[in-house]
Design a binder for this molecule. Structure first.
Ligand SMILES: [Ca+2]
Ligand SMILES: [Ca+2]
Length: 361
């Protein structure tokens, strides 16, 4: 065979292989992606860089496996749901108690009701109530469909429970595919404890995550993680039932949100993308390729690279930003709760709850 023929047949073979791989990627891709618009770079530079989150005291170090969300009752007992299925309590005297085991690896948002019961989101089962006497499923279906990926919950003063569904398409273990697909599969739901009914308030949200009710109970805020924004949903007044943007172009992707005692909000922000990988979000082909392998997803996903929380006023303006810019002490911080001049920080990476005195922040 002449050299020229050999080169021709070899390059033909390479081309055929490339075509086969490309077809494979597109045919077996678990996503049908669209382009995702990232917030302008300027949104991160508005507030000075700092390393304040490196000053946290570690509570329950090694005993609290990736405590995604935290809640405190009126007495100051801290509750958190950990990856080993426990609802754990941290008492004021510093002791850590394995309180209730829910036999689930997918417990996320947690809140304490006015009556002192614990309500927690379970990705697999829906909304659960936990008391000294045991566990009850409050809500597992909406409009005849099973609720998947319940993410965060808050109680309003009338006893209604508002909770988010991050994605009706993807699960907790492959949540980043929802980011890559960039199509809105999130919902805001309401559970009415009088009728025991669950209804959909908002549909088509971009990974619905943290939910908080305002101090005056006149609106709630729901965060859309990969839209880098949170929405305001009016509960009272002329705009009741209407939705508007509360804050947008956040310098990170919002996870949980919590009301602060002064009426402002603490929002945990995720670094959604590793530095230098931002191009992925504008390329459908790159997204298909990344989605075929967990290793590729890890390369693009930047959540372990830093920790950020912001304090946002009722007007939606950022008041303060606190960071661990290089993940030296904390990363993948998913929640921040203020109680008695301290901030309590949950994370899906660290095995403790961070406690930060706010007078140093
Ligand atoms: Ca919460
Ligand atoms: Ca969350």
């Amino acid at each position: 065979m002449a050299l020229k023929d050999l080169v021709t047949s070899c390059s033909g073979f390479v081309l055929a292989c490339l075509l086969a791989i490309t077809l494979q990627i597109f045919l077996f891709s678990p996503i049908s992606p669209v382009s995702l618009k990232l917030p302008p770079l300027s949104s991160s530079s508005l507030l000075p860089k700092n390393n304040i989150l490196q000053r946290v005291i570690k509570l329950g170090d090694g005993l609290l496996l990736k405590p995604e969300d935290v809640a405190l009752d009126k007495e100051g007992t801290l509750y958190t749901a950990t990856r080993d299925g426990w609802i754990k309590r941290l008492h004021r005297n510093g002791s850590c108690q394995n309180w209730k085991n829910l036999n689930s690896h997918t417990l996320l948002g947690i809140t304490i009701t006015n009556e002192g019961d614990v309500v927690v989101c379970d990705v697999d089962q829906g909304l659960l109530k936990v008391t000294e006497n045991g566990v009850t499923v409050l809500s597992s279906h909406v409009n005849g469909s099973k609720i998947r990926f319940a993410d965060d919950v808050i109680e309003a003063s009338d006893g209604s429970l508002y909770f988010s569904v991050a994605s009706t398409k993807f699960g907790l273990h492959n949540w980043y595919l929802d980011v890559l697909e960039a199509k809105p599969h999130g919902q805001l739901l309401k559970f009415d404890p009088l009728s025991n009914e669950t209804s959909i308030l908002l549909d088509g949200l971009g990974f619905a995550n943290g939910v908080a009710v305002s101090k005056d109970q006149d609106f709630l805020v729901v965060c859309e993680t990969w839209k880098f924004r949170c929405l305001r949903y009016w509960l009272k007044g002329d705009k009741r039932g209407k939705t508007e943007i509360f804050v947008e172009n956040l310098p990170g992707a919002p996870d949980n949100i919590n009301l602060a005692p002064d009426g402002s909000f603490w929002i945990a922000l995720l670094q959604l993308t590793s530095d230098g990988m931002e191009f992925v979000h504008s390329s459908r082909a790159a997204k298909h390729l990344i989605a075929t392998s967990g290793k590729f997803v890890e390369l693009v996903n930047g959540v372990h690279k830093k920790a950020t929380v912001v304090n946002v006023g009722t007007d939606g303006k950022i008041i303060k930003k606190l960071e661990d810019p290089n993940a030296r002490v904390m990363s993948f911080v998913t929640s921040a709760v203020e109680f008695e001049d301290h901030l309590y920080l949950g994370s899906l990476q660290n095995n403790f709850v961070g406690k930060l005195p706010l007078n140093v922040a």
